[in-house]
Design a protein around this ligand. Structure first.
Ligand code: HEM
Length: 428
C-alpha cells in the first residue's frame, strides 16, 4: 500500500503574487505540479486552494460526493446568483438538474437539429458573400448563443439580440476581482445581470405557450415544487444561456484555429469530410457524424478539448478530511481540478496538438472536458452535436484562409479564444 502523505504547499500566504501568476502564466499549475506532485496547496488572493491533477486524484475526489460540495469564486457566485443550480447542493441541485436535463434528451436534440443546420448554412452564406474579412470567433459566439437562445429555449430574434450584448458584458467579468468599483468590469457585469434578469422576467411574463424549452422548463420546475415565477427560473436561464455559448464557442474557435494554422490537419480531415453528405437526412442528424461514422472528426474534437479545454478547471470544497492520491486534504478546503495541466500530464508528446493520438490504441489519456460525477455537464450532447454539424457543414461549403498579421494567441479567461478574433476570408 502507498504511504499517506501530508499536503505539500507552495508556502504562499497572501496569494497576491500567486493570483497574478495564475492569470499571467498558462503553465501556472503545471510548474507547481512538477515541483510538488499531483496534489498541492497554495493561496489565491487569501483563499487557500488545493490544486489536483491526474486520474487518481480526480477519481478519488468525484467518487466521494457526500464528502464534497460545490464552490465557485465569489465573482462567479454573485453573477450566477444564489438560486442557480450551479451554486446549489443536495436535493435542490438534483431537482433542478432533472428538469433541465429534459432539454437535452436525444429526442430534443433531434428536434433542434434543423434549426442548427439552418444557422450553419446562414453563416456559410455570410462568409461567402462577405466583402471584408470576418472575425470567425465572434461568429461562433453568435452561432452558439443563437442555438441555446432560439433553437433550445425558443426566444425570438429581437429578445435574443438584446440579451446577447448584455451577456457579452456579463461574461467578461465572470472570473474577475469581485469589487464593484464604478466603471470596473465587475460593476458593469452586475448592472448587466440586473438588465438580463429584468428582460428574462419580461419574456417569462408573456404567455409562454409555444416558446420551446422555456415552456418545458417553467412547467417542469413548477411540477417539481420549485417556484418558477421568481428569480429562480431567471437564474437557471442565465446559467443555461451562459454555459450554452461561452464554452461551445471556445471549442469551435479553437478547432477552426488549429485547422487554419495547420493545413496538413485540414487536408487529413477533409479526406473524411468528403465522404460525408451535407446536410444529413432528418432522421440521421444526431448520428450522421458520430464517432462510428466520422472517427477523424471525433479525434479532432477530443484533441481540441484536451489541448485547449473550454473549462480549464472546476472546483469543489471538502466537507470532511479526504484522501486524494494518497495525500491528506483537510476539511473545508477548496479544491481545483486542474484540467489544463491534467490533460498534458503523462509521457509522450502531450504538448503538441495531434488529433491522431486518439485513434491510436496506446492513447490512455482519460479526458473529462465536461467534468464528471453528479455535476457532469448537462449540455454535453448538444455541444458535441453543434460542433460536429458546424465542422462538416462549413468544410463542405467553403475553404477559409486567415488574414496574416493578427494575434493568433489565445486569451484564456473565461474560455480560450483567439485574441484578434480569428479574422478570415473565403479562399477563391
Ligand atoms: C464544449 C462545450 C462545453 C464544455 C467543455 C462544458 C464543460 C462543463 C463542465 C466541465 C462542467 C462541470 C462543472 C463542475 O463540475 O463544477 C459543466 C457544467 C454544466 N454545463 Fe457545460 N460545457 C459545455 C457546453 C454546455 C452547453 C451547450 C450547455 C447547455 C446549455 C451546458 C450546460 C451546463 C450546465 C447547466 C452545467 C452545470 C451542471 C451542474 O452543476 O449540475 N454546457 N460544463
Amino acid at each position: 500500500m502507498s504511504k499517506l502523505r501530508s499536503l505539500p504547499t507552495t508556502g504562499a500566504l497572501t496569494g497576491i503574487l500567486e493570483s497574478l501568476e495564475f492569470f499571467r502564466d498558462p503553465s501556472f499549475a503545471k510548474k507547481r505540479f512538477n515541483r510538488l506532485g499531483n496534489v498541492f496547496e497554495t493561496s489565491m488572493l487569501g483563499q487557500p486552494m488545493v490544486f489536483i491533477q491526474g486520474d487518481k486524484a480526480i477519481a478519488d475526489l468525484l467518487s466521494q460526493p457526500e464528502a464534497i460540495e460545490v464552490w465557485w469564486p465569489k465573482s462567479v457566485r454573485q453573477l450566477l446568483g444564489s438560486h442557480s443550480l450551479a451554486n446549489r447542493n443536495g436535493a435542490a441541485h438534483k431537482a433542478r438538474r432533472r428538469v433541465i436535463a429534459q432539454l437535452f434528451s436525444s429526442s430534443a436534440l433531434q428536434l433542434y437539429s434543423p434549426g442548427i443546420i439552418n444557422l450553419i448554412d446562414e453563416l456559410g452564406e455570410e462568409l461567402i458573400t462577405a466583402k471584408t474579412p470576418l472575425p470567425l470567433a465572434g461568429k461562433m459566439r453568435r452561432f452558439a448563443f443563437s442555438v441555446i437562445a432560439t433553437t433550445v429555449l425558443g426566444l425570438e430574434g429581437n429578445d435574443r439580440d438584446k440579451l446577447f450584448s448584455d451577456f457579452e458584458i456579463w461574461t467578461k467579468a465572470l472570473f474577475s476581482i469581485p469589487i464593484a468599483l464604478p466603471g470596473s468590469p465587475f460593476a458593469k457585469a452586475l448592472k448587466a445581470r440586473k438588465r438580463l434578469l429584468k428582460k428574462l422576467k419580461e419574456i417569462l411574463s408573456q404567455p409562454i405557450n409555444g416558446k420551446g424549452g422555456l415552456d418545458l422548463l417553467a412547467g417542469g420546475l413548477d411540477e417539481a415544487g420549485i417556484p418558477f415565477a421568481d428569480e429562480d427560473l431567471g437564474e437557471q436561464l442565465l446559467l443555461l444561456l451562459f454555459a450554452g455559448y461561452e464554452t461551445t464557442a471556445s471549442a469551435l474557435s479553437c478547432l477552426m484555429r488549429e485547422l487554419l494554422l495547420t493545413p496538413q490537419i485540414e487536408i487529413w480531415l477533409r479526406e473524411e469530410i468528403d465522404t460525408l453528405a451535407w446536410p444529413p437526412t432528418p432522421e440521421q442528424t444526431t448520428m450522421a457524424y458520430d464517432p462510428a461514422n466520422a472517427p477523424r472528426l471525433d479525434a479532432l474534437v477530443k484533441e481540441v478539448m484536451r489541448f485547449t479545454p473550454p473549462v480549464g478547471g472546476f472546483f469543489r470544497r471538502t466537507k470532511q478530511s479526504l484522501l486524494l492520491d494518497n495525500i491528506i486534504v483537510p476539511n473545508k478546503r477548496v479544491v481545483q481540478v486542474a484540467l489544463i495541466a491534467s490533460n498534458r500530464h503523462g509521457t509522450g508528446d502531450l504538448d503538441i496538438f495531434r488529433p491522431q493520438r486518439h485513434l491510436e490504441n496506446e492513447c490512455s489519456l482519460k479526458l473529462m472536458p465536461f467534468g464528471g460525477g453528479g455535476r457532469v455537464c448537462l449540455g454535453k450532447s448538444l455541444a458535441e452535436l453543434e460542433i460536429r454539424l458546424m465542422v462538416v457543414g462549413l468544410l463542405h461549403k467553403l475553404q477559409l484562409e486567415v488574414i496574416p498579421d493578427q494575434d493568433f494567441n489565445l486569451r484564456q479567461i473565461p474560455s480560450p479564444s483567439p485574441r484578434d478574433g480569428l479574422l478570415v476570408k473565403v479562399k477563391v
